[in-house]
Ligand binder design. Structure first.
Ligand code: AMP
Length: 112
């Protein structure tokens, strides 16, 4: 946990968020500025700055994608599809420095 990290504050419930998923390791909450009808961020409860800290020894991306896929299925996104996305660094536009996986769906998404 990091004291001044926005997503750590959401995890600690110091800042409100609409929760979509939670277990002991992962929190999923709706993005405040959605880029799709369904836009949920999945974050590890343990603070990691970015995907650069996700390693074989720290297999957090597979943890996040597992929870995101299960949530997508639960929300009925599976037949039409969805996108999972992680931004790292300024060229990708990472704005919050707590690792997060975006789940986007619910409409046709622009092709990358
Ligand atoms: P990224 O650009 O990949 O770092 O994504 C950060 C995301 O966090 C953006 O899509 C923001 O809209 C979202 N965001 C920022 N503040 C909040 C908040 N308080 N609650 C939910 N989502 C947020």
């Amino acid at each position: 946990m990091s004291n001044d990290c926005l997503f750590c504050k959401i995890i600690r419930r110091e800042i409100p968020a609409k929760i979509a998923f939670e277990d002991d390791q992962v929190l999923g909450f709706y993005d405040i500025q959605p880029s799709a009808p369904v836009h949920i961020l999945f974050v590890p409860k343990k603070h990691l700055d970015s995907v650069m800290q996700a390693t074989v020894e720290e297999p957090v991306v597979s943890l996040l994608s597992d929870r995101a896929v299960k949530t997508a299925e639960k929300l009925g996104l599976q037949p039409t599809g969805f996108r999972l996305l992680i931004n790292y660094g300024p060229h990708a536009g990472q704005t919050v420095h707590h690792l997060h996986l975006h789940l986007l769906g619910g409409a046709q998404l622009s092709h990358l």
